[in-house]
Design a protein around this ligand. Structure first.
Ligand SMILES: Cc1cc2nc3c(=O)[nH]c(=O)nc-3n(C[C@H](O)[C@H](O)[C@H](O)COP(=O)(O)O)c2cc1C
Length: 158
């Protein structure tokens, strides 16, 4: 049976996820962000996580060429930030909205958890590249409520 891409998207949309902003530092030392929900945990020992970037993203080269990435997991109040970093041409992180952690990665202020990672593998994944990163730093806000993505819409935990 041929798999229809639109229907596949609908089916996969039944898997609820959190929403993250993946960050990178470009070759002019500017921090950029991209909204992603492909983030996943991989391994505890060694500490590995992954996310996937579309090969046709305007931001692809920066993320693929970078030595690492930051992941900021968004809270339920951060829907506007998610929309911002999903827009074309809105790459640069807003001044004052982030810090550079000891991993050298940009981490958004007010997110509910952050990880700074060094890229250990770039794996071909069809129209995406899977970026696997080793966690160098991390923090979280216990009890914070996440932004949830399900069925193509933002949700909140009830
Ligand atoms: C909730 C949500 C999740 C997304 N997840 C991903 C993802 O995991 N990987 C990805 O490459 N793009 C993802 N996108 C799309 C990007 O945020 C962005 O819209 C897309 O890359 C187009 O912009 P660009 O070509 O300027 O990069 C997601 C968008 C939204 C709204």
């Amino acid at each position: 049976m041929a798999i229809d891409s639109r229907e596949l998207r609908n089916v996969l949309g039944h898997f609820s996820t959190g929403v993250c902003v993946a960050t990178a530092i470009d070759d002019t030392e500017n921090a950029i962000g991209l909204t992603v929900n492909s983030f996943a945990s991989v391994s505890l020992e060694p500490p590995l996580v992954l996310w996937c970037i579309q090969k046709d993203s305007d931001r692809f080269a920066v993320y693929n060429d970078a030595s690492g990435f930051g992941i900021s997991i968004l809270g339920e109040q951060q829907e506007a930030l998610s929309n911002r970093y999903a827009q074309k041409s809105h790459y640069a992180l807003l001044a004052g909205s982030y810090r550079i952690g000891h991993s050298g990665q940009a981490l958004l202020n007010d997110s509910i958890a952050d990880l700074g990672c060094v890229i250990t593998q770039r794996i071909d994944g069809g129209d995406h590249i899977i970026l696997v990163g080793e966690v160098i730093e991390m923090e979280h806000r216990p009890g914070a409520r996440p932004l949830v993505f399900f069925g193509g819409e933002y949700r909140q935990l009830r």
